[in-house]
Write a protein that binds this ligand. Structure first.
Ligand SMILES: CC(C)(COP(=O)(O)OP(=O)(O)OC[C@H]1O[C@@H](n2cnc3c(N)ncnc32)[C@H](O)[C@@H]1OP(=O)(O)O)[C@@H](O)C(=O)NCCC(=O)NCCS
Length: 186
């Protein structure tokens, strides 16, 4: 890891920077054939600066950024999902890749997830997205499911990492038993 890369939590102030990196990365993913073009278009339209301001300002969201001389060059954010933590998006700008930036972001995410009592992190990845899949495997995630002909007829996989089997109950308490039970009944 290069010395000039620093890491910090993100909030709504960083929404425009996240937006800009994400738009660039999404275009790259489509060009490289790693992600379905309709998904790219959907996510480009979905993650406006305003939407990201809302995402990054939620207390329940864990959002982390990597900075080079104060400029955002990588990020990830994760949201609670029924007692688990779902990794929504993560990316590193092209010219800063293969320096361990994302591995470090994943490590920090894990630490914070444990601190908040989550027992599991998980995510979807396009089966063609070898760079991302390798990175998650290297971080100790396991392939948990293969979803054939899934989003926009592309194969996707789910990857997950159990953090601490005994902390699952803590996350359930945190989410509020009432809410979890009434959600699952619907
Ligand atoms: C996936 C991504 C976030 C990785 O970021 P990164 O900072 O370059 O990753 P790291 O440097 O921490 O890589 C860690 C390991 O992952 C694997 N990896 C990363 N990029 C890879 C590539 N292009 N090809 C093969 N393996 C790769 C390697 O094992 C690497 O370790 P090594 O460099 O010692 O061999 C980055 O490529 C990216 O932004 N991609 C586009 C967005 C994306 O796909 N997001 C994930 C959506 S699920």
């Amino acid at each position: 890891m290069e010395k000039e890369v620093t890491f910090n939590t993100l909030n709504s102030v960083h929404a425009l920077n996240v937006h800009n990196v994400l738009q660039r990365v999404l275009s790259d993913l489509a060009e490289q054939g790693l992600y379905p073009v309709p998904s790219v278009e959907m996510h480009k339209a979905l993650y406006t600066q305003q939407r990201l301001e809302r995402e990054l300002s939620r207390d329940s969201t864990i959002a982390l950024g990597a900075f080079n001389h104060g400029v955002l060059i990588g990020f990830l954010w994760a949201n609670p999902s029924q007692g688990t933590l779902y990794l929504e998006w993560g990316a590193v700008d092209q010219q800063f890749r293969r320096r361990g930036v994302f591995l470090h972001l994943l490590r920090l995410l894990e630490e914070e997830a444990r601190r908040r009592g989550y027992h599991k992190l998980w995510l979807y990845a396009s089966r063609k997205n070898t760079p991302a899949i390798n990175c998650y495997l290297m971080s100790g995630y396991a392939i948990e499911g293969v979803h054939a002909r899934h989003f926009f007829d592309w194969d996707f996989i789910t990857l997950g990492k159990i953090l601490d089997a005994s902390s699952g109950e803590m996350a359930l308490e945190k989410a509020g038993r009432q809410n979890v039970i009434s959600c699952s009944a619907n």
